[in-house]
Ligand binder design. Sequence first.
Ligand code: ADP
Length: 395
Amino acid sequence: MTDALLVLNGGSSSLKFSVFQTGDLGLLVRGQVEGIGTGPRLILRSGSGELIEEQTLTDRVRFDHTDALGLILQRLQVRVLDHRLVGVGHRVVHGGVKHAAPARIDACLVSELEQLVPLAPLHQPHNLAAIKAVFLKTPHLPQVACFDTAFHRTQSQVAQWFGLPRRYTEQGVRRYGFHGLSYEFVAAELPSVDPRAAAGKTIVAHLGNGASMCALQAGRSIATTMSFTPADGLVMGTRVGSLDPGVLLYLMTRHGLDAAGLEKLVYHESGLLGVSGISSDMRTLLASADPQAAEAIDLFVYRLGRELGSLVAALGGLDALVFTGGIGENSDLIRARVCQDAAWIGIRLNDDANRQGSRRISYDDSKVAIYVIATNEECIMAQHTQRVLGFNGAI
Ligand code: ADP
């Protein structure tokens, strides 16, 4: 029987999972339980992506993350017969100031992560729910936390500070940055794609429902657009991105919005959805003939271009621009528009290569090389889990 690692990504209403064989980390199966709390549904796919099972649980409204994990473990026993789970890796959105690397989970770490809940109230509780579910269902399995913030801990002090009174900075009100597992994956791929850029200055644009950009100097994060929360920076699917703090004060005093109302506004009602009034989904907006859809896309591209300029300034130049995430990997149109606006940096997009979805989409003589690299956060998490657990000896 071969050993395998389970990698979990717990969201508010979903628990995504992947199972990797230890050693070469070949992907065995992946899937998710979605609709937790409403109408749970399990989807299971093979390592190569074919659908192997779909199950809707109509009678299970009071179904939580522990039930979801129970269901996943039960289906894995049936589907991954010749493998034995030996460890679990979790995506954990916030590791605070302290965690610059993945860590093995024990009761002490769980209580530390619980204290960080106020810093990431929309994500951290669900990550913790997945960790607790594993403790409950399979207490013998060692667990590893892989933090979305850890990759950015290499940033200088000035890159991490707000212009707030020092006492707040000391209490943790600072720029953390997120999407770190995705940036780590791209940074690890870059040396084989473009050694010069990997050793130099690269900007990675992770454009999905959540979207951010990161400036890499020799593979290390030196600046990023998300900050204290994943709501800062770019205009996203439903998140507002950078916003004058005075707007929040105005909405509180003049429109009577309280903390809950503001949270709903900046995380769930803004971004592409709020501006278009149609959808948070870029594909839907690109397919729409409604002028408001076009305006939302215009704003997305414009703000991206401004943040790009800011990161070029932080790096003091640029060797490569990398697109990743659902929009970055799949939309040649958005890539083309971003590159058109960024011509001033010395970018020359090869339209044919871009349309064909090639890995390198710039001309050979483009001063700044442009790439599309599909991200794989689960793969990085599996690598970390395997390394932290030293899967043969430590378990
Ligand atoms: P998440 O942040 O939830 O992981 P993804 O990285 O899956 O999100 O990205 C989802 C976004 O990618 C959605 O806005 C979706 O419309 C967009 N997307 C996916 N495929 C395409 C495509 N072919 N063209 C344009 N946008 C796309």
